[in-house]
Structure formats: C-alpha cells, structure tokens
Design a protein around this ligand. Structure first.
Ligand code: TA6
Length: 288
C-alpha cells in the first residue's frame, strides 16, 4: 500500500536526473543516478545532515563533491583504476522504489559494460539501497559476481557529514583502534585518544574498526553504525588541501567531516556466483 502523501519524484538536481524521497514525517533524501549518489538527507527532525559542496561539478562525468560517493572497485589511488574507482562516475539505473507512510526505500543498480570491462575486466552487479524514515538513514551496498572468474575489490561509502564547526566536534568509539595515517605515508598508529578531535588534516583508515561511533556535533549528535564494512575512514582535508580542491570552497573544510564505511585494508575476494554486502546507518540522536 502506498498511503504516502508525498510520492517519490524524479527531479533534476543541478541538471542531473535524480530521485527525491519524502516521508510523511518530514524525512527526505535526494539521490542522483550519476554515481548512485546520495546528495541530501534530511531526517524527520529537520536540517540537512550531509555536506555538499556548492562548487561541485554536476556535469555527469566528474564525481560529485559531498554527499555519499560510492567507491568501487578501488579505494583511493592504490591500483590501476581512476582514483576511488568508477562507480561514483557511472550512470546507475533506478531499479525500484518502495514508499510507505513511515519509510521510503530506493534501489539502484550498476552492471559491468564495455567501458568498465576495458579498465576492469570483470562481470559485476552492484545494488545500492537507500532507506529513510524518522531519524534514520540506511545505505546498503551489495556486490555480486555473476561472472566465471573470481575478482577482488576495495570499496567504501564515502559519507560527507555536514558539521557546524569541525573544530568543535568529538568522534567517539575509535579509541584503541589501529589506523593507517594517510598523511604520514600510511604509517600504522594506534588511536589512544578518548575521542577524536579535528585540529588539522586528518586522513585515517581505521582497520577492523568498532561498528558503532558517536559523532558529537554540539546540539546535533549523530550515531554512525556499519555492518559488513570492516574499516572506517575519517577525513578532513583542512586548510591547504581544501584550498587546492577546485570543487570545494576554501573555508568549507570547517563544515564537513567524512566518516566512511569501507573495506580497504583487506580487499574482498568474490568467487563466481558469490555476493557481499556492507551497510552504513546514520541515526539522528537529537530527540533521544
Ligand atoms: O577517503 C579519504 C580520501 O581517500 C582522501 O585521501 C581524500 O583525498 C579523499 O578521499 C577525497 O578524494 P577525491 O578523489 O574525491 O578528491
């Protein structure tokens, strides 16, 4: 039954075809087909929770800066593929929408084609589900291997969170976890702080990270939970690296923090016919 007063809409988002999900309780999301990219999430309590750069490219070729880029099949620059793989710059297909009174769910898919096979010679099927309702966002990525040969991949949901002032946040839950410090040539360091604070560039891949984190953004605490993804990336480019990004205003490093759910340190090996899934859930905690 669809008793929602606000059925999903196909819209144009900065000129890109996109899907707008709206729940009766006020929760909303926008997903572009380019990249299968969640560009906006507003929980029922109100207020955008994702950072999206106002100077991002929206040309249907380059990756969007902000929101939740889907990283597959290669995280970062390590490997033969374009940085962070090709899923974030590919055209995804809208597979289905379920819209009920209290939640809305969209499913998008991406399959190998001639272009992907030229740079990555594997058959694959990706399914991204984005579900919203109340104060919660669930993003699930499933990877299937429909081909005759095994392949391995790294992946992430590269979530850009909007924060009021990054120097005022505390990120709790990573204490005691080992991370690769990407600002120091991937040196392996153990996190010893009670909470992570950001006072300079942070680019860390936490390995086998705890599944549940708490982002304390004053007045707007957010729960971050992952499943299937073993690693957590925390990234803020800070002043100099942000200024060097042509698709992000120079001061915006102050208003974003990436908390990414990833499988990076140990690539996933998928045998023919096998599948894998990972999920990241964000939970607005203002009302709890
Ligand atoms: O996830 C962190 C990271 O790999 C950083 O090293 C940083 O450069 C960022 O992703 C953004 O990458 P991009 O290719 O989107 O500029």
């Amino acid at each position: 039954m669809n008793d929602n007063q606000n059925p999903p809409q196909l819209i144009s988002f900065h000129g890109l075809p996109a899907l707008q999900l709206r729940c009766a309780d006020g929760a909303q999301a926008v997903i572009t087909l380019h990249g299968g990219h969640l560009v906006s999430w507003i929980p029922a309590a109100g207020g955008e929770r994702l950072y999206l750069s106002e100077t991002s490219a929206f040309d249907g070729r380059q990756a969007i800066r902000g929101g939740v880029p889907v990283i597959f099949p290669q995280f970062g620059p390590t490997g033969p593929l374009p940085r962070h793989g090709f899923a974030r710059t590919s055209a995804w297909k809208l597979e289905g929408i379920r819209q009920e009174k209290e939640f809305a769910l969209a499913t998008l898919t991406l399959d190998d084609d001639e272009t992907t096979r030229q740079i990555w010679p594997h058959a694959f099927h990706l399914e991204l589900s984005v579900g919203i309702g109340g104060d919660r966002l669930d993003m699930e990525l499933e990877v299937e291997n429909p081909g005759a040969h095994a392949f391995s991949f790294t992946s992430a949901l590269h979530t850009y969170l909007r924060v009021a002032e990054v120097e005022n946040i505390l990120l709790e839950g990573l204490n005691g976890t080992l991370y690769q410090d990407q600002t120091k040539g991937n040196k392996l360091v153990r996190d010893t702080g009670v909470a992570l604070t950001v006072e300079g560039e942070v680019d860390r891949i936490y390995q086998d990270a705890p599944p549940t984190l708490l982002l304390r953004d004053p007045g707007r605490p957010l729960g971050v939970h992952s499943e299937g993804f073993t690693d957590t990336v925390v990234w803020n480019p800070w002043e100099d690296k942000c200024a060097a990004l042509k698709d992000m205003p120079a001061r915006d490093f102050r208003h974003m923090l990436c908390i990414e759910a990833g499988c990076i340190a140990t690539p996933i090996l998928l045998e023919p016919g096998a599948s894998w899934f990972g999920r990241q859930t964000l939970m607005e905690l203002r009302n709890s």
